[in-house]
Ligand binder design. Structure first.
Ligand SMILES: *[C@@H]1O[C@H](CO)[C@@H](O)[C@H](O)[C@H]1NC(C)=O
Ligand SMILES: *[C@@H]1O[C@H](CO)[C@@H](O)[C@H](O)[C@H]1NC(C)=O
Ligand SMILES: *[C@@H]1O[C@H](CO)[C@@H](O)[C@H](O)[C@H]1NC(C)=O
Ligand SMILES: *[C@@H]1O[C@H](CO)[C@@H](O)[C@H](O)[C@H]1NC(C)=O
Ligand SMILES: *[C@@H]1O[C@H](CO)[C@@H](O)[C@H](O)[C@H]1NC(C)=O
Ligand SMILES: *[C@@H]1O[C@H](CO)[C@@H](O)[C@H](O)[C@H]1NC(C)=O
Ligand SMILES: *[C@@H]1O[C@H](CO)[C@@H](O)[C@H](O)[C@H]1NC(C)=O
Ligand SMILES: *[C@@H]1O[C@H](CO)[C@@H](O)[C@H](O)[C@H]1NC(C)=O
Ligand SMILES: *[C@@H]1O[C@H](CO)[C@@H](O)[C@H](O)[C@H]1NC(C)=O
Length: 819
């Protein structure tokens, strides 16, 4: 017995030695946080911070052929099977797999980290791609040195003998900052510690957008390292003046310090906090994503600037930017132009812009194409103004010079007689933005004559072409009708089931029927967080609203089952889902149409506002609260709406409110949080717990409801950016007026109501709103309690002044934003 047991142990030992020996590399490091002199990382070996949060090693972005050394969040990479890279060592010096063979990230005996490779053609020729050597003034001939990946994600070269930091990755950020990293001006290296966007989705080399800290303590957003297009406003000790959202319920604290060795801005998060970072995106926007373990996806806490079209040069030359595009890209080539590099566009790099399809003839052979409602304000600085007071003269001025690409001629309403503008653009036309409605100016683009639609220049000979086309067309239509009739007849006689299957209370519509009902999706009611909504009419002449879900990628069976659950939820204050359509990748939801549109149109619209009186507003507040209370409490499964805002409160013929878009959070699953925060405006309604990585409960809806209630009272958006870039935050202002200055609640009431409101209801609504937006979610009432409070069944105590509101109020130098 004993002998056989011993044998077994021996055999095991030998086996393990055998299997270990060929792979064993005494210099290799993996899964540890420290590398000593002589050690290196190869292949998929990595360094992992002691807390397991960060991992450092080789990576390849997307389908790229290049290798880099980078840093990512370990947990996120495991869950998403995709690395969120927050630092790259060799961003400008890629290792090309077709060219190089073995690569090694090594700590040399002289104390420097290097990235060395050998070429495929000659394996004995070793090339040093990257090194910390050039990045530090300190001479580090120190074999006692070690490289440690800290719990904060900082890779540090540490001298074991005296503990000095010889080099750290935090001093050399790429496109992102982690909590604890220093952002600013380093007086020792005389360098800006700034961040620069990637070139495109697969290329981490420095792109066009960067942000740096200016001596006046503001963050400057620049294009091509020089041209400022956005500024954060100065640091006031608590937040950058245009970024008051920074203070709202974020678990992090911010700090600005100035020493002899430089001036730095940092932010911090508790060690146990969810992964969070700040980075400059390919879109030129600064974003703060935080990891939500609940949705297993990133949620963006804030985005600056909020509108992507305000980013300089984002669409490149001869291309139009439109924030409302729900399509794959916000950029579109001007008519007569095509993408310069479609491949770059696919990688989200639009900077190459567009080029002419047909080159100009010059002289009179060219003509102009008129574009309506363009915002030219960002393009005007690059235009040449001409003193002519006649549209024809302006046009011919452009026509006469072959390098003139476009002109605009308009009367500047704010100017006097000199306000007439003839603007000519030579060369690249950048930063033009498409506006909706009747805003903006007309722009005339010069095109080769062949690119301008013939239109009025039709000649007699074309009449015959038209006759021909009509004849052929008629024949085709008759043919198709015949085939269609035959098909229909066969179908009828073979008694196939009705195509409109019934799902409980729901109708499964066919796509083509919805296409007909909406006249080919022509009458757009609006575009929401999940897609556009179109007006339609069913054959029985009932009005419907059809929501076309964008970016949809769920399997049909799951979609149908989720939808039929939503279909079961019915309440007088919830919009009724009539049916849906699910064919291939198309997913549509069909709702009852609400004749009075959405609440935002009544509250905020300047032109012909349908002003709601106080009685109506109060009833809307109660009705909405009832609808939400039903979702939270009465349904079998608690449904969190997650996107309460005036756009999602619809009004029926009697102005009774109906909550729309509920259940979509579940329907869209992980897509949801991404979609929600990429949509402008929603950010102002997000509860703090969205930004802290805590579990989301129904109290998140209560918060958004409170935010909305402020808007119902005041008739204005809570968060508004002024012309000077200053951000106005209504709840702050309101709370100060009423709670600190002791003014009457009438001072926060919508001016349009002219103080016509029941003061008791008004102060109750104000108090409820304040309770709803408490940072601490246990302090917020439930929706059921909100209903009781608004109905006057229970008293509402005076709310405590919000701590974060207080910070905002104390540090606001500017007096009344709203007066
Ligand atoms: C380990 O490092 C030492 C010192 O740099 C070097 O001489 C040796 O070749 C390395 N061994 C391996 C297996 O890489
Ligand atoms: C990466 O690691 C896995 C195990 O963790 C191993 O099976 C695989 O061979 C490694 N790949 C390379 C290229 O070293
Ligand atoms: C890799 O290197 C080869 C040879 O220098 C080059 O032809 C190829 O374009 C490079 N690939 C990338 C992705 O840089
Ligand atoms: C390979 O590289 C080594 C070192 O750079 C050099 O001495 C040798 O001549 C090279 N061999 C060839 C075939 O190019
Ligand atoms: C960016 O700036 C550099 C140097 O100032 C200049 O050479 C380059 O042409 C600029 N790029 C563009 C696209 O304007
Ligand atoms: C600058 O000096 C301060 C105070 O001496 C120190 O805390 C900080 O780490 C230094 N920063 C750098 C980048 O050296
Ligand atoms: C940089 O250092 C010098 C001398 O140490 C000091 O005079 C200067 O004020 C510092 N500049 C900044 C921006 O801190
Ligand atoms: C066309 O306009 C450009 C820019 O103003 C100017 O440099 C050029 O001389 C003009 N050419 C002619 C033929 O007028
Ligand atoms: C309109 O004219 C005013 C005053 O002349 C000027 O400040 C403003 O920039 C002009 N606006 C446009 C869009 O040209």
């Amino acid at each position: 017995m004993l002998i056989s047991a011993l044998m077994l142990v021996l055999i095991r030992l030998m086996l393990s030695l055998l299997s270990f020996a060929p792979h064993y590399n005494c210099n290799a490091t993996t899964g540890v946080d420290t590398m000593f002199a002589g050690q290196s990382l190869k292949g998929n070996e990595t360094l992992v911070s002691r807390n397991g949060k960060f991992e450092l090693g080789f990576f390849t972005p997307g389908n790229s052929q290049n290798y880099y050394i980078g840093l990512w969040f370990k947990e996120v990479a495991i869950v998403q099977k995709k690395k969120t890279i927050v630092w790259v060592a060799n961003r400008d010096k890629p290792i090309n797999v077709t060219y190089f063979s073995s690569s090694e990230f090594k700590l040399l005996d002289n104390g420097h980290l290097v990235l060395i490779v050998s070429t495929k053609s000659n394996s004995s020729s070793i090339i040093q791609v990257w090194s910390t050597d050039s990045m530090t003034s300190k001479t580090t001939i120190d074999s006692s040195i070690k490289a440690v990946l800290g719990n904060d994600g900082n890779l540090v070269l540490l001298s074991s003998s005296n503990g000095n930091i010889m080099w750290q990755s935090f001093d050399h950020p790429t496109n992102a900052f982690l909590p604890g990293a220093k952002f600013g001006y380093n007086n020792l290296t005389k360098k800006d510690q700034k961040i620069t966007s990637w070139r495109n989705a697969e290329d981490p080399s420095a792109g066009f957008y960067s942000i740096n800290l200016e001596p006046d303590k503001s963050v400057s957003f620049k294009w091509n390292q020089s041209r400022e297009f956005y500024n954060s406003g100065a640091w006031n000790g608590h937040f950058f003046s245009n970024f008051p959202e920074m203070r709202i319920g974020v678990v992090t604290s911010y700090d600005y310090t100035s020493y002899d060795n430089g001036s730095f801005f940092t932010f911090s998060a508790p060690n146990e906090a969810a992964p969070i970072y700040v980075f400059i995106d390919l879109s030129g926007q600064l974003k703060a994503p935080i990891w939500q373990s609940k949705t297993q996806d990133w949620t963006t806490i804030w985005v600056k600037p909020m509108q992507q079209c305000k980013v300089y040069g984002i669409c490149g030359a001869f291309s139009i930017c439109s924030d409302n595009n729900v399509g794959p890209s916000i950029c579109q080539c001007l008519p007569g132009f095509e993408k310069y590099s479609p491949k770059d566009w696919d990688l989200l790099d639009y900077s190459g812009g567009c080029i002419r399809k047909t080159s100009l003839q010059c002289g009179d052979k060219d003509s102009f194409k008129e574009l309506f409602n363009m915002d030219l304000s960002q393009a005007i600085p690059s235009a040449n103004a001409l003193a002519v007071d006649d549209a024809k003269k302006c046009e011919s001025a452009c026509l006469q010079n072959c390098s003139c690409d476009a002109y605009a001629y308009y009367k500047n309403s704010s100017g006097n007689s000199k306000g007439i503008m003839c603007l000519l653009w030579y060369g690249n036309l950048l930063n033009i933005e498409q506006l909706g409605g009747d805003k903006g100016n007309d722009l005339f683009i010069r095109l080769a004559a062949s690119e301008v639609p013939v239109g009025s220049r039709m000649k007699a000979s074309s009449i015959w072409t038209i006759v021909g086309v009509v004849l052929v067309g008629t024949t085709i239509i008759v043919g198709i009708t015949f085939i269609f009739l035959r098909k229909w007849w066969t179908r009828r006689s073979s008694r196939t089931p009705e195509p409109e299957e019934r799902y409980a209370f729901l109708t499964a519509f066919r796509y083509k029927d919805l296409k007909i009902a909406t006249k080919n999706f022509s009458d757009k009611l609006g575009s929401g967080s999940f897609g556009s909504v179109f007006k339609g009419t069913l054959p029985d002449s009932t009005s419907i609203a059809v929501k076309r879900l964008e970016r949809f990628s769920q399997d049909q069976k799951q979609f149908r089952s989720e939808v039929s659950t939503i279909g079961l939820i019915q309440h007088v204050n919830l919009v009724r889902l009539r049916g849906f359509c699910s064919e291939g990748r198309k997913a549509l939801l069909v709702y009852d149409c609400m004749p009075n549109g959405s609440l935002n149109e009544h509250l905020f619209r300047r032109k012909n506002p349908k002003v709601l009186n106080w009685q109506q507003r109060y009833q809307i507040a109660i009705g909405t609260a009832k609808g939400l209370a039903y979702l939270h409490e009465a349904c079998r499964e608690c449904i969190i709406h997650c996107d309460i805002k005036p756009e999602n409160i619809l009004l029926d013929a009697d102005l009774s409110p109906k909550v729309a878009d509920f259940g979509l959070a579940k329907l869209l699953g992980r897509e949801f949080s991404r979609v929600m925060t990429t949509v402008r405006g929603t950010v102002g309604y997000l509860a703090p717990e969205w930004t802290s990585g805590l579990a989301i409960t129904a109290k998140a809806d209560v918060y958004s409801y409170g935010m909305m209630l402020f808007e119902v009272i005041s008739g204005r958006r809570n968060l508004k950016q002024g012309k000077d870039g200053k951000v106005w935050f209504f709840p702050t202002w309101a709370a100060r007026k009423v709670l600190s200055d002791g003014q009457s609640v009438f001072s926060i009431l919508d001016d349009k109501l002219d103080r016509n409101a029941n003061i008791e209801e008004l102060s109750r609504a104000f108090r409820v709103a304040c309770w709803c937006i408490q940072e601490e979610e246990t302090m917020r009432p439930s929706m059921g309690q909100v209903v009781q409070m608004l109905e006057g069944l229970v008293d509402v105590n005076p709310p405590p002044m919000q701590s974060y509101l207080q910070t905002l109020v104390q540090n606001e130098e500017t007096a009344d934003f709203f007066s």
